[in-house]
Design a protein around this ligand. Sequence first.
Ligand code: G3H
Length: 540
Amino acid sequence: MQNPITKNQLFDTFSSVDSMKIPHINQQEYLVDGEFKAWNGPFKEIDSAICKPNSTDGLERISLGEIPKTGLPEAFECLESSEKAYDNGFGEWPMMSVEKRIFHVEKFVGEMINLRTEVVNLLMWEIGKSEKDSEKEFDRTIKYIYDTIESLKKLERKSASFTIEEGVIGQVRRSPLGVTLCIGPYNYPLNETYTLLIPALIMGNVVLFKPPKHGCLLHYSLSKAIQKSFPKGVVNYLYGKGSEIIQPLMNTGKINVLTLIGSSKVASDIKKAHPKVNRLRAILGLDAKNPAIVLENANLENAVDECVLGSLSFNGQRCTALKILYVHENIKEEFLKKFCEKVDALKFGMPWDEKVQITPLPEADKFKYLNDCISDAEAKGGHIINKNGGVQNGSLFFPAVIYPVKDGMKLFREEQFGPLVPIVSFTDLQEPIDYMITSNYGQQVSIFGTDTKEISHLIDGLVNQVSRVNINVQCQRGPDTFPFTGRKDSAEGTLSVYDALRSFSIRTVVATKENKENKAIINKIVTDEESSFLSTKFIF
Ligand code: G3H
């Protein structure tokens, strides 16, 4: 049996930083109204997830540069530009034909592909994501954009005709909603942000974009591609403290759509700041505490492998991560043994290390929270049961498996969003069911088992508790054509390549009475291609 890993081993892992070229970006401008405006005010320092040894034999986070710390006047300047670009629906962008909007998005994606190396590198340095996963995030995003274009073309083709019902001629299409405030998350700062921003844009909305707090420098590079690809004011970049600028922006009542991936508390506070909340469309990906239910007859090898992946990919920093494991009492011992062995064997290191699985965490204050969760569980009878669990140094935290976890512990209900795996054992199937019924969250569940009757019973009840039931596999968002949503405090609206196009638009009809004069008017508009909306043009 191998010895437990030590703090010193974690320390040594950071030494490979010396041989790397560290990116450094001093962003002294921001994109507003189609121009990069120089910023002469205060700046916010951006630290890496990765540390380097310091003069006192400790580790400190590496500085990657700075971004403007703009304030309220700049936020309002961005809002004004967005309003101008939308111009109450009469702006160039919302009135543009879908075909032309697609042309702009294609131009952008072409520019974006050229930035792959830079963006992947920044993903590694800013949020500590492994090179392989950073590349995957980039490539998945490119595919998402192309799939979005194809999906929109299909949608448009279906709308390229008129309907005549009860003497009324009508054409139904989808129209934009207006000024969209878009805030992305730090764990997928590129992919999840763009799964909001791109469908919002392509449907004709204009976007006020606030880059995530970690993973913001990569958006500076991308903002240059945005500037080259879209008409001015269609995307404006917000910097500065969210807590200082977002509420005043909402208070104006001029934001029509709020889209973010983040916490339900933040989302609900932002929504409440809108003076006419019924006018606000919200498309939100929020908190989750997805359970795994490992049944007595589960294929144990598979359940262990999927639960390790599901709970600890990207250090557990996924909204879809398995955040609590319910394991049947009769297989508990074997499951725990195998699970801990697999967790302890996870390879820790730097994002560029080959096959690395556990990497540095971007949030400086996260260790305190993780350690608080562990102390709280220990004070209430739980233990770290894997030999390397909780070893930490610099920004590396080796995953801790905690058992037995019970109601009343922080880890029982709180979304840890990090490398802690709480495990509960159960004898009566009603226990995990009741856990889910009483949970504030309803995103997904993973069921591991082989008894089809038991699985069917769980499927039929749990589809009414969560939005995706996974059988013998971890929880996840992909494939991106599948709907991604949740019940309770886990989401509002639905995302997927197709659903996002619907979420960021509204069905709208142009209708007239079926008579000779109106038919002539419509025929002329369509034949001479006088309108973008009223059209039978078939997009190829
Ligand atoms: O953070 C939540 C992401 O949507 C998870 O996506 O399941 O593909 O990792 P994923």
